[in-house]
Structures are given as C-alpha cells and as structure tokens.
Design a protein around this ligand. Structure first.
Ligand code: PLP
Length: 407
C-alpha cells in the first residue's frame, strides 16, 4: 500500500476532466503520449511570461535566466537517470532523435563493414530504421534476438547471437507492442563481456519505473519527454562520457563550436558539441518540471500503480471471448490484444464513440506484427492518473463492442 492520494494526483491533469462523444474521457493511449500536469503547463507559461530569451549567448538578465533554467533542467535529467554528470545529457527531440544521433556519430565512427549490429525482434521502428540506414552506409549486418511465443526475448539464443562481431547491441527496455520488460542489466552485462556497446531505448520505461543508467550498465540511454508528462519536441540522450568525448558531431551550426574559420571549425565539449542551433528551451524547462513532478510521486509508486491497473485489465480482457492478450505476465503498464471479431481500427473507432482512447495498428513494429501474423493489435496503455474504475469501464465498453461486432 502506498500513501499516494491518486485521486488528487489525477486532479492535477486538467485535460482529463472533459467529455468525449458525450462520455467522460477515458484516456488509455499513454504509451503513445502522456498527458501533462498543471505543474508542467504552469512552468511553460511562467517561462514564456517571465524568462524567455535565447540561451548561452546573451549577457542580459533574461538570457541568463533562460540559460539557468535550461541547464538546470539538464541537471535534473542527469539526477533522474543516475548519470555521473549533467555533461552526459544531450537534449534531443525525443527517443528517435537520440538513437539517430548515436547511429550517425558513434555508429559512423565505429561500425565497419562486416560488423554486426544486434537488435531484437520487438524493436520500435525508431530503434530499427536508424540501424538499417547505418548498416547500409558502412556495410554492416543486422542480427535479431527472436521473440519467444510468450512475448519475452528468447534469451537462450543470446550466447549464439551476441558474438565478438557484435559492435552494438540496441534494445528496448519495455516493449511498446507487447509490454515485455527486458532484463536490461543482464543484457548489458552480456554485451560488455564481448566488447559490444549498448543502447537502451527507454521510451516506455523512463517514466514508468526507477531507471539508473549506472546500475543498468548501458552505454547510451534515450527517452522522450512527451511520454513522461513533459511537452512534445524534447527528450534526452544519456551517453557514457568516454564515448561522448570521442564521438564526432552530427549537426553543425551555432552553439556547438569553439572557433570557426571559413575552412574549418573546432567543437565544444559534450553535451554542447551535439546541440547545434537554438535548442528547445521551453521544452527543457517543461521536462525539468515533469521530472520534479514524477519524483515527488516516486517512480516505484508509479510502477506499482501501473502494474495493478494492468493486471486488472489483463484479467478483464481474458474473460472476453475471442480476445487474446499478447506479451508475458511480467509486463509494463500496457495490454495489447487481438480481438478475433474486429479489426483494431474498427475496435478503436467503436471505443472512441464511447469516450475511450485506445490505439489500434502496428504500433511502429511492423516486422513484429508480420511475425505474429497479425494485421495489428489494439492497445490499452496506462499511466498513474488512470484508475481501477476506468479499467472496469474499458472492459464494459469492450464487452459491448463484442456484442456489436460478433453478431
Ligand atoms: N521506442 C519506443 C519503444 C516507443 O514506444 C516509441 C514511441 O512510441 C519510440 C521509441 C519513439 O519515440 P518518439 O516518437 O517520441 O521519438
């Protein structure tokens, strides 16, 4: 039992108090994007009403306030991830940009023809396509750890696939399609034993469970702000300092240089070397506010609440004829399922008519859907402001859907 007043927490989210199609909004599309608490919205308003200016370059009051707020947010992200220092935190647009940054800097400098990039069969397109592009560019090979029948990784294949030819092992910590929680620390340890660098896709884990990159033992960790109560267009990449220092820059422009001639430039130290141009200052301020908010609730409390809701949802779904829930029992805060009586798009359209926001489709994991021989799935994904009553309401709507479609 936790001492959190979840009803009070929920009231921090103004968007949730509305009707959709004549019913109270039932927002269960949190794996796609989370809602924002008043504290984050207020931080954005305060920033724009009081402190807005460009960072790092100005010697005037507002510029120094904006710089303090921006760099203060970086320090919060570092603390949130257990990084050694704020210099290991690069602000990005989100997980996708963080992974592309690693592929285009560390990857281009270190992955050679014939090397292997190891991924898993459950990766989101954003942890697959950047590696396809890199492999094509340098002549490397992609290799995949299969997904077992229960939706977990086939770890019995790890020894045979994680060989010394593997230069990089990139994997998702919590699958957005199956909910699977991968044993990230164990995978990073195994990768280190063969000299491979690791990248963890933290899009579905950073806001849902305690994360400490030093305990995970990874080399890179990427996440998106918008999935953890922060605005869209901001995220962060953590990288191990020794690697960041040796990596070439990716984007060139202002802010990332020490000195420039017409012929060449010298670059700042990380993280600024990787942050060309005016950054998303307000986004970073919002991310800092979101982190303060989540830390006040506690990520273990958030995980436990999500686990309770998900367990309840899986139980309900299992009782509806023709529904098969995907993924293992030990899972993140989502339940994706196949309903044999309705296409995911028809089902989510039906749900929307009842105020229920679900997501139907391939969830940016087309190869996985092909492997599972499914046209897509329907996914309910939870966050800490959802309630047990909402899970029950979702189940009632899906029971009605079955009556409607299965005639
Ligand atoms: N990885 C996973 C597991 C995701 O669920 C997502 C988004 O759904 C991403 C990466 C990409 O995140 P973004 O679109 O915020 O860059």
């Amino acid at each position: 039992m936790t001492s959190i007043d979840w009803a009070k927490v929920r009231s921090d989210f103004p968007i949730l108090a509305q009707q959709v199609n004549g019913r109270p909004l039932l927002y269960l599309d949190n794996a796609a994007s989370s809602q924002k608490p008043r504290a984050v919205i207020d931080a954005l308003v305060k920033y724009y009403e009081h402190d807005n200016a460009n960072v790092h370059r100005g010697l005037h009051e507002l510029s120094s306030r904006a710089t303090d707020a921006f760099e203060g947010a970086r320090t919060k992200v570092a603390r949130y991830l257990g990084a050694e220092s704020a210099e290991e935190i690069i602000f990005t647009r989100g997980t996708t940009e963080g992974i592309n940054l690693v592929a285009n800097t560390w990857g281009v400098a270190n992955v050679k023809a014939g090397d292997v990039i190891l991924l898993t069969e459950m990766e989101h397109h954003s942890n697959l396509v950047p590696w396809q592009l890199l492999a094509e560019k340098v002549g490397a090979r992609l290799r995949f750890i299969p997904v077992a029948d229960d939706g977990s990784l086939a770890l019995d294949r790890l020894g045979e696939l994680l060989t010394p030819e593997v230069k990089l092992f990139a994997f998702v910590q919590v699958s957005n399609s199956l909910g699977t929680i991968n044993p990230a620390a164990e995978l990073c340890r195994a990768a280190r034993a063969v000299g491979a660098v690791t990248l963890v896709d933290g899009a579905q884990s950073a806001g849902h469970m305690p994360v400490n990159v030093r305990e995970l033992g990874c080399d890179f960790y990427a996440f998106s702000g918008h999935k953890i109560c922060a605005p869209t267009g901001i995220g962060a990449l953590w990288g191990r300092r020794e690697l960041l220092e040796k990596m070439p820059p990716w984007h060139g422009g202002g802010e990332m240089i020490v000195s420039v001639t017409y012929e060449r430039a010298t670059y700042k130290q990380p993280p600024h070397k990787f942050e060309a141009g005016t950054p998303n200052i307000a986004g970073a301020v919002g991310l800092g506010a979101a982190i303060d908010y989540l830390e006040a609730i506690g990520r273990q409390n958030i995980f436990d609440h999500g686990a309770e809701l998900t367990e309840r949802a899986v139980k309900h779904l299992g009782e509806i004829p023709g529904i098969r829930v995907l993924g293992p029992m030990h899972r993140g805060a989502l339940a994706a399922f196949h309903a044999e009586w309705a296409h995911p798009h028809d089902l989510t359209t039906f749900a929307n008519e009842h105020g229920l926001a679900l997501r139907g489709g391939h969830h940016c994991t087309q190869p996985l859907m092909r492997k599972l021989k499914l046209p897509g799935t329907t996914r309910a994904s939870f966050y800490f402001y959802n309630t047990a009553d909402e899970v029950d309401r979702m189940a009632a709507i899906l029971r009605d859907a079955r009556k409607f479609f299965d005639r």
